[in-house]
Design a protein around this ligand. Sequence first.
Ligand SMILES: Nc1ncnc2c1ncn2[C@@H]1O[C@H](COP(=O)(O)OP(=O)(O)OP(=O)(O)O)[C@@H](O)[C@H]1O
Length: 272
Amino acid sequence: MLEFKGLTKQFNSTVAVKPATFTIPDGQMVGIIGRSGAGKSTLLRMINRLNEPSGGQMLFQKRDITALKGRDLRQWRNECAMVFQQFNLVGRLNVITNVMSGRLFHHGFATSMLGVFSAKERAFAIRALDRLGMAHVALQQTDTLSGGQMQRVAIARALVQEPRVMLADEPIASLDPLNAKVVMDALRAINQEDGLTVICNLHTLDTARQYCDRIIGMQDGVIVFDGTPKELTDKAARDIYGAEAEEAFSEAMTSTALKPSAPAQPEVRVVN
Ligand SMILES: Nc1ncnc2c1ncn2[C@@H]1O[C@H](COP(=O)(O)OP(=O)(O)OP(=O)(O)O)[C@@H](O)[C@H]1O
């Protein structure tokens, strides 16, 4: 369980996240929504300490995450993998090398830099790619892939970290509706099959409603809504988005193709 106790972040005179107190039980898929500048990214990035909280506390399984330093902090960052809007892959490297970079913490930095990975680790990376339907491009140079394919590779890289929490910062914002659906289906499958907690910032209301167990709505750094998709009425959504409500609603209408698929079957293929 992740517990937030008055967690806050201030950048100079801007309070990006006002003291936030809530908990996320293990295995939940949470969508954070809100207009631009509401504080969604800052809240997400405080979880893996990419943004240092200005105050308050965050606990994971009763361990104080806000107090971690050095190796303990690196271990925590390994436990909560992050997927970014722009994928953050190295384009000139091949796909499997990008995926195996997710093993840095497990494998040791020096040997990883030399590209020395065991057959077992390569097989592990291939299995992760296979889950995302991407094993066939393992040896392809990464910058030859489409955006949707790159995001699936980024999710495979996150998976080989063997994380306990998956953070996704606008994972589909750069993708067309079809690729967005593939990526959201993959995140939901990982959440349901592995029981992994998934927390993602989403700018399309409809996506949050369709894929998440719980929606957190932010406005000016404050959590103004915390409930199930059913509880998020159109009125509540309009209150969260304010002046951007029409945009959020029209995006919802144009993304009707984005209906979640039935959860994928667990992987069955064995790689030697
Ligand atoms: N590094 C920073 N330095 C100064 N101010 C920042 C920094 N990062 C974010 N902010 C400010 O904090 C507030 C919240 O920003 P944040 O990026 O968390 O919002 P958001 O809801 O994720 O917006 P978007 O959907 O546009 O990404 C904004 O006013 C923003 O300008």
